[in-house]
Design a protein around this ligand. Structure first.
Ligand code: SAM
Ligand code: SF4
Length: 339
C-alpha cells in the first residue's frame, strides 16, 4: 500500500497514512479478571496495575468524547473482565449519550453478566459479545482454571432474555482442547438466537500457541461442512468487518469464522485500542504509542489530546508481522493489552 496524503475534506476524521479511516475504539476498563484463561493470561501471571495507574471513569469518558469528535462511531468496552470495574453501568450510560457514538458494545466472560444484563440493556448497551470456549464444565475449568461454567451458561440465557439477540458468542478454537466441539456450537444455533464466532487462536506471551497446531479457518470450515451446509451471508456490515458470516438453512442463529491469523485484515483495519492505563495503541501487535493518561494528567486541553491521538494514527503501521514472527517477538499477553 502506498502512503496517501490525508484527505483535506475530512478535516476532523482520523485517517492514517494508508487511507484507513479509524472509527472504532476498543477500551479496556480494567486489567483484572475473574478467570485465568490459558490462551490469554501468561502462565507466569501478570502484575496488576495499581489503582491510580488506571484511567478513572471520567478520564475514559473524556477520551471517548474527544474520539467521537474525531469521527469514532463505535466503542467496545473490554478488559480484563469489564464487569469487575465498579461503575461500569454508569460508564456505559455515559458513553451512550455521546453524540456521534452509534454503537457502544461490550465483550465479557459472562461470569457476572446475569446480574447485570438487564441494567446494561437499559443503560443503552447496544451489543454484547460473550466469550465461551466450551460447552463442557470440565473443559471450561481446564481452560479458565475456574469452575464457573454454570454461571456463564445462565448468563447466556439471561442475556438473550434481556434482548441481546443475536448474542455474539466468542469461541477461541484450540487444538486438542475444544476443536472437537465445533459441531456442538453450530448445533446451538439451531434453536437459539446466538451468533457463534469461531476465532483462530492468536499467539501472545506464554500462551502455548503453536503454528503447527492451531486450527485454521479452512480447517474449521471443512469440519463444519462435513455435517452442515453453510450458506454465506451477504456482506451486510461495513467493509472493515473481520468475520465471515454463515447460516445453516432453517437455523435461528448464525455462525461466523474469524481468521485472525490466516487472513490479514490489516488493509481495512479501523481499530484503535485504549489500555486500562490510558495508553493508545494503533495495532494489537505493536507496543502502545502514547500515554493519553499522562498527557491528560499534565493538564492538556481537548485539542492537545486530539493532536496526540492524530499523531498515533499517523504512526499506524501498514500491517503486522507473520504469525511465526509474532510468536517469537510478542512479549505482551492479551490480558495486558486489553482484548
Ligand atoms: N474478559 C472478557 C472476555 O473474555 O470476553 C474480555 C476480554 S478478552 C481479552 C476479549 C476476547 O479476547 C475474548 O473473546 C477472548 O476469547 C479473546 N482472546 C483472548 N486471547 C486470545 C487469543 N490468544 N487468541 C484469540 N482470541 C483471544
Ligand atoms: Fe479473563 Fe477474558 Fe482473558 Fe479469559 S479471555 S483471562 S476471561 S480477560
Amino acid at each position: 500500500m502506498k502512503p496517501i496524503e490525508t484527505n483535506k475534506t475530512h478535516a476532523t476524521a482520523l485517517i492514517d497514512r494508508f487511507g484507513r479511516v479509524q472509527d472504532y475504539l476498543r477500551i479496556s476498563v480494567t486489567d483484572r479478571c475473574n478467570l485465568r484463561c490459558t490462551y490469554c493470561m501468561p502462565a507466569s501471571g501478570v502484575l496488576w496495575q495499581q489503582r491510580q495507574e488506571l484511567l478513572t471513569l471520567e478520564e475514559i469518558a473524556r477520551i471517548a468524547r474527544i474520539m467521537a469528535s474525531l469521527g469514532v462511531k463505535k466503542v467496545r468496552v473490554t478488559g480484563g473482565e469489564p464487569l469487575l470495574r465498579k461503575g461500569i453501568v454508569g460508564l456505559i450510560r455515559e458513553l451512550g449519550e455521546i453524540p456521534g457514538l452509534r454503537t457502544v458494545a461490550m465483550t465479557t466472560n459472562g461470569v457476572l453478566l446475569s446480574e447485570h444484563a438487564r441494567t446494561l440493556k437499559e443503560a443503552g448497551l447496544s451489543g454484547l459479545n460473550l466469550s465461551l470456549d466450551t460447552l463442557k464444565r470440565d473443559v471450561f475449568q481446564s481452560i479458565t482454571l475456574r469452575d464457573e461454567f454454570e454461571r456463564v451458561w445462565k448468563s447466556v440465557e439471561t442475556a438473550i432474555a434481556a434482548g441481546f439477540a443475536p448474542l455474539k458468542m466468542n469461541v477461541v478454537v484450540m487444538p486438542g482442547v475444544n476443536e472437537g466441539e465445533l459441531l456442538d456450537f453450530v448445533e446451538l444455533t439451531r434453536t437459539k438466537p446466538i451468533n457463534v464466532r469461531f476465532i483462530e487462536y492468536m499467539p501472545f506471551k506464554e500462551n502455548r500457541w503453536d503454528k503447527r497446531g492451531f486450527v485454521t479457518y479452512e480447517e474449521m470450515r471443512r469440519r463444519i461442512e462435513e455435517r452442515y451446509e453453510l450458506r454465506a451471508l451477504p456482506e451486510t456490515f461495513t467493509e472493515n468487518r473481520v468475520a465471515e458470516d454463515f447460516q445453516v438453512d432453517g437455523f435461528v442463529g448464525m455462525v461466523s469464522i474469524i481468521a485472525s491469523m490466516t487472513r490479514s485484515f490489516c488493509s481495512s483495519c479501523s481499530r484503535l485500542r485504549l489500555t486500562s492505563t490510558g495508553s493508545l495503541k494503533s495495532c494489537l501487535f505493536f507496543p502502545a504509542e502514547e500515554s493519553l493518561r499522562d498527557v491528560m494528567r499534565n493538564g492538556a486541553s481537548d485539542q492537545e489530546i486530539a493532536d496526540n491521538i492524530r499523531a498515533v494514527v499517523q504512526g499506524k503501521r501498514e500491517g503486522h508481522p507473520a504469525p511465526e514472527e509474532l510468536e517469537r517477538t510478542n512479549d505482551l499477553s492479551m490480558i495486558e493489552i486489553g482484548g
